[in-house]
Ligand binder design. Structure first.
Ligand code: XMP
Length: 323
């Protein structure tokens, strides 16, 4: 019968058989899937695994610390953190177009991750032959099945490595659905904040700033987002809503009055949605007192924000994210 204990036992045995005495690399995104996949592989092969976390500076408040401290404390995994914040900010400078932002973030991410892979290969030698991925059952069904290998082309000019490296994939979650992955993660002792995390886009806060992405704007949005999350959690609404993007309209200003002066600040948009699978969504009818608390706190505590607005659009026609 299906129990998380059985799944873990089976997968640990399978991973050991697959990897043998070779070594593996796993990229951590801060999300549930990569964390659970890494924890499973860690349980199976211990120090033969090296995890990589690319800090692109687009995460929400405390999320990087959750990976760096709590994930490592819970699993004992070897973690290589790459601080790429400056690199991403530089690449995003002057860019406002959503698709261009996504492309830049995706491209930089792959470059930084591949560079980290090459460094690990240089440090640990050719027995690094496996790449762990948190692929779930629905991902496999949607992409028409098939597993295999990942290629990394050595266009970085790091000496002493083959022209074209091939990693065999380890995908310990490929038979699982999301809720099962969370249960396995819980059983493996991962922190609640990681296991129960709501969906968060790969490009992070980069696509929640309407306008150019700058360090100041990211810091501002991180504060506003943290307040919204804190109040939603305090009100016990985390399970009820699918996710609640918090968006900074950096290209918009409106007039306000705060203290004894006129202000000319930015609006923050709250986008709470309920959904089954993110393909369609409805805006969540959050209690007014919760909305009031979030609004008061954000306008009081976050400099340069003088207005909080609620997005009451379903999907379609609106997407969940603003970009
Ligand atoms: P949209 O905005 O298309 O979002 O209604 C649907 C779901 O997907 C998430 N999302 C992303 N996730 N990389 C991701 O990993 C992305 O580029 C991305 N864009 C949107 C979004 O948060 C929502 O859950």
């Amino acid at each position: 019968s299906w129990t998380t204990g059985n799944v873990i036992e089976e997968q640990v045995a399978a991973i050991r058989a697959q990897v043998g005495d070779k070594r593996a690399i796993c990229g951590l995104s801060g999300g549930v899937d990569s964390a659970v996949a890494a924890a499973l592989v860690q349980k199976a092969i211990g120090s033969q695994l090296t995890c990589v976390y690319v800090d692109h500076g687009l995460m929400r408040k405390n999320e990087t610390e959750q990976v760096e401290k709590d994930f490592v404390a819970a699993t004992g995994a070897n973690l290589k953190v790459v601080d790429a914040q400056e690199r991403f900010l530089t690449a995003l400078a002057g860019v406002s177009d959503p698709e261009t932002k996504r492309k830049i973030i995706g491209r930089e991410f792959i470059r930084v991750f591949e560079q980290a892979q090459l460094e690990i290969l240089q440090e640990e030698g050719p027995e690094v032959a496996f790449l762990v991925q948190g692929t779930l059952y629905p991902d496999i069904v949607e992409s028409g099945g098939g597993t295999g290998t990942a290629n990394i082309k050595s266009h970085h000019n790091v000496g002493g490595l083959p022209e074209d490296l091939e990693f065999e994939l380890v995908e310990p979650l490929r038979q699982l659905f999301k809720d099962e992955v969370r249960m396995v993660g819980q059983e493996l002792g991962l922190p609640e904040e990681i296991v129960q995390r709501q969906p968060f886009p790969g490009p992070g806060l980069g696509i929640r700033i309407v306008g150019e992405v700058t360090k100041e704007r990211l810091d501002l949005l991180r504060e506003a987002d943290a307040i919204a999350r804190e109040e939603l959690t305090a009100a016990g609404l985390d399970r009820e809503i699918w996710q609640c993007p918090v968006v900074l309209l950096a290209d918009v200003r409106s007039v306000g009055v705060q203290g004894d002066g006129r202000t000319y600040g930015h609006p923050i948009v709250l986008r709470p949605v309920s959904s089954e699978d993110a393909m369609t969504a409805d805006w969540s009818r959050l209690p007014y007192d919760v909305l009031a608390k979030i609004s008061t706190r954000i306008t009081n505590e976050v400099a340069d924000v003088n207005r909080v607005v609620l997005d009451v659009t379903s999907k379609p026609p609106g997407t969940i994210e603003w970009e």
